[in-house]
Ligand binder design. Structure first.
Ligand SMILES: [Zn+2]
Length: 479
């Protein structure tokens, strides 16, 4: 995600050794398949989702957990998705609520919605599924959308269907990981899966989607989209009755820019293509066959999903361009290489920020430079540090924290700004050749998997790099 705007705040071959280093980079082989059949009408999504679960946990499982992110929008949610400071820009029509209702799960021996905030669906399987085995069941649910400029909601010009289905929790050795929503950051953590999504909408709507749209048939005033995506940790759709589309080609990928209010739409589509090509050249091939950049209502700058990103319709030209590049970098750092965004948010945000810097350093576009972006990051971090010192006499500069342990400004200063500074320090310490080789190795070894910070540090194959990363993470490095 790009939360605050920059201006507002101021395939290498993997050698055997590397394979050993990345032994802990989880997620490989067969995958779970979500087959979702959904219909959208006037703020309500009615769906049946058949899960063909592949058990890669290493043991027999009798119960599965799913995160219900859509339920965070319900009235009275303890972990509300929008903080007070963003409420006015998010709730454009006044306070509005939604929620995700599970109607049935079948076959199974029982199910319940539980968790810290009615955010987890627990399904007791008809019979335990052995390690490396499969089981299949169907979840029927209804997602009611709030009127909100947010990841899941009806906005003024589009319908955001991010996080629109129950998503399997990550197994962490002793249990499934529950994710509570957070107004700060991206509270999403999931393994890669395959998707076959059918979505029927009023024919007046155009759908932008993660993945390929295999068919779009119209009948009786409705349009039925068939969409597929493989090896992705999430799937999102945005609907609008106002979309125009610009199309580009970037290598083997089709780039689609969906917009309704952009005088520079052709330049925006060109930028999406150009930065996608730059990142593929710099880090390794783009993972998917399509890439959709979608202008929509969103109270922050932008939001990343695999093969699809949101860019807020409220942004000025330069901010929109910066956000587009930042979100595109997330196709490498989040979509392909997953990480724990609830505990190590800097791992993908810091790298997305620094990747955007690399693009603008190379292209020189929109007036952004390496020096200017570093100056802005240092300014933000130093402002955080000095204010904390003046007010409290101390400043906690550790980067690994639960999202709930960050204040809003702390989060931006320590994950985005300090995160970018960490990667610049690495580059300065290692030199360009080793720095870029390390990032390519990180992408190659961990693409499609969940990477721990240790996987990132090990990718540079350099004790000095590990020390730099550790000193920033632990807060010792004061810039
Ligand atoms: Zn981001």
């Amino acid at each position: 995600m790009k939360r605050f705007l920059f201006l507002f705040a101021t395939a290498a071959l993997v050698c055997p050794l590397v394979l050993v280093l990345f032994a802990g980079c989880a997620g490989e082989g067969e995958r779970t398949l979500y087959t979702i059949d959904a219909a959208y009408e006037e703020g309500v999504l009615t769906a049946e989702m058949t899960v063909s679960y592949y058990n890669d946990t290493g043991g027999s499982r009798g119960e599965l957990w799913f995160n219900l992110y859509g339920n965070a929008y319900r009235e009275g949610a303890a972990y509300a998705p929008v903080s007070a400071s963003f409420a006015a820009s998010a709730y454009y029509a006044g306070v509005s609520c939604g929620g995700m209702e599970i109607r049935s799960v079948s076959p199974c021996t029982g199910w319940e919605v539980s968790g810290a905030d009615e955010n987890v669906l627990r399904v007791s399987l008809s019979s335990p599924v052995p390690a490396d085995g499969r089981c299949e069941f169907t979840v029927a649910y209804t997602l009611t959308l709030a009127e909100v400029n947010h990841r899941t909601g009806v906005t003024e010009h589009a319908v955001n269907l991010g996080n629109f289905y129950p998503v399997l929790c990550v197994w962490e050795g002793s249990g499934f990981r529950e994710c509570v929503y957070a107004a700060n950051g991206d509270p999403f953590y999931s393994a890669c899966a395959d998707y076959a999504v059918t979505l029927t909408v009023p024919a007046s709507y155009t759908a932008a989607a993660s993945g390929e749209i295999a068919a779009a048939e119209e009948s009786g005033g409705r349009r039925r989209y068939e969409m597929t995506l493989e090896n992705a940790r999430d799937f999102a759709v945005v609907l609008s009755e106002e979309f125009s589309v610009e199309q580009r080609t970037a290598g083997d990928a089709t780039v689609l820019y969906y917009y309704y209010d952009d005088e520079n739409a052709r330049a925006s589509a060109d930028l999406a293509r150009d930065c996608l090509l730059f990142f593929a050249d710099t880090f390794g091939d783009y993972a998917y066959g399509t890439y959709s950049v979608v202008q929509t209502g969103f109270c922050y700058g932008g939001m990343e999903y695999p093969a699809l990103v949101y860019v807020s319709d409220a942004l000025a030209e330069e901010d929109a361009a910066y956000t587009l590049v930042h979100e595109t970098a997330h196709q490498w750092w989040y979509a392909a290489v997953g990480s724990d965004q609830l505990l190590h948010a800097w791992q993908d945000e810091g790298l997305a920020e620094y990747s955007a810097l690399l693009y603008f350093e190379e292209s020189g576009g929109y007036g952004f430079t390496r020096e200017g972006l570093l100056r802005a990051a240092k300014g933000m971090y130093n402002a955080y540090y000095s204010v904390r010192m003046q007010v409290f006499g101390e400043a906690d500069t550790t980067m690994d924290r639960a999202l709930s342990d960050f204040g809003e400004y702390d989060y931006v200063a320590l994950t985005y700004a300090k995160g970018a500074l960490l990667f610049d320090a690495l580059r300065e310490g290692l030199g360009d050749k080793k720095f870029f080789a390390g990032l390519r190795r990180y992408y190659s070894a961990c693409s499609g998997k969940l990477a721990a910070p240790e996987n990132l540090a090990a990718s540079f194959k350099n004790a000095g790099a590990e020390e730099i990363i550790a000193s920033y993470r632990e807060g010792k490095a004061v810039i």
